[in-house]
Design a protein around this ligand. Structure first.
Ligand code: ADP
Ligand code: MG
Length: 300
């Protein structure tokens, strides 16, 4: 896989140009993170001025959120997150006041034992679920209280998510799985209009993650590592600003897990993609720039 990545990265601009459907597109990202002028890939094209979430009209509650510049460069910020589950009238507190800041382009790992609430937290950060209390801001805007449609759009265009069990759609091919977010995001007619461009982008992305030879396979015909690479390609297709990863190597053997981590690290280093990864495994977490621990419902 390293060879694949090296080969693709060695072709500046040649490989990865997904459609610019992200509403918060930025100028193309440049060279490697260490200013080495090395080969690079781009996650998006030129800025898009279409209607965007960043233009979401703040509601009254938005004004309650502390000024964004309070914490400088934070891309994602959670304050006082609380979440309990109710089971047969018993309340199980899981998150008891999580404060968390994620800097732009950071690779952050959150470790915690099984059952400590890692998935719960990631789901809240990804607006798949709502906190009972507390607030979440992304790019300085409160997101935990957005209407459902805006959350869907935010997830579709700004966030990429990957999971321990991949969550690929079994009846779709690898290529179709990667295209799925674009089908959802652009609607049937929009998708059909841009079909060729989208297919090209998805193919190049699958080549980037080393799956160019598995485009027509269905998930059951793929190995675990291949399914996770397909899921990563799907998470990247809309040019997200943030990748949320829930135990992405949890179901893989050590060597394959390492390959997936290398891929994530390359995306972070070369693309400056912000990654928040949760894992129960401290050895996996060590690959990140920064590690925080979720313990007794709080970030230590
Ligand atoms: P982790 O990902 O760290 O293993 P989770 O966030 O999945 O932990 O779960 C944290 C706790 O919340 C666990 O004790 C789990 O049993 C409980 N839990 C998770 N989801 C639900 C749910 N939908 N209903 C009730 N309890 C839940
Ligand atoms: Mg979990």
């Amino acid at each position: 896989m390293n060879d694949d990545l090296a080969r693709i990265f060695a072709q500046p601009h040649a490989t990865f140009r997904p459609p610019a459907i992200g509403p918060h597109a930025t100028a193309p990202r440049q060279a490697g993170p260490h200013g080495d002028g090395g080969p690079h890939i781009e996650l998006r094209e030129q800025p898009v001025s279409e209607q965007s979430l960043s233009r979401h009209e703040p509601d009254r509650q938005d004004r309650d959120f502390p000024p964004y510049d309070r914490l400088g460069e934070l891309q994602l910020e959670a304050i006082g997150l609380k979440k309990s589950y109710r089971k047969a009238s018993v309340e199980i507190p899981v998150l008891k006041g999580v404060d968390l800041g994620v800097r732009r382009s950071e690779f952050l790992a959150i470790v915690g034992q099984s059952g400590s609430g890692k998935s719960t937290l990631l789901h809240l950060l990804g607006t798949l679920d709502s906190p009972d209390d507390g607030q979440i801001a992304f790019d300085g805007r409160r997101i935990d209280n957005l209407p459902g449609r805006d959350r869907d759009r935010l997830r579709n265009r700004r966030f990429g998510m990957i999971f321990q069990f991949y969550h690929l759609l079994p009846e779709l091919t690898t290529l179709e799985n990667v295209l799925a977010p674009l089908m959802i995001g652009s609607g049937v007619f929009g998708f059909l209009r841009c079909r060729r461009k989208y297919r090209g982008a998805a193919t190049r992305l699958l080549e980037l993650v080393g799956l160019g030879h598995r485009l027509k396979h269905r998930p059951r015909e793929l190995s675990g590592g291949e399914m996770q690479r397909a899921a990563i390609a799907r998470a990247l297709i809309a040019g997200p600003d943030l990748l949320l990863a829930d135990e992405p190597t949890g179901n893989l053997d050590q060597a394959t897990g390492r390959e997936i981590l290398e891929l994530l690290t390359a995306l972070n280093r070369q693309q400056k993609l912000t990654i928040v990864m949760v894992t129960h495994d401290p050895a996996i977490a060590q690959r990140a720039d920064r590690v925080v621990r979720l313990l007794d419902g709080r970030i230590e």
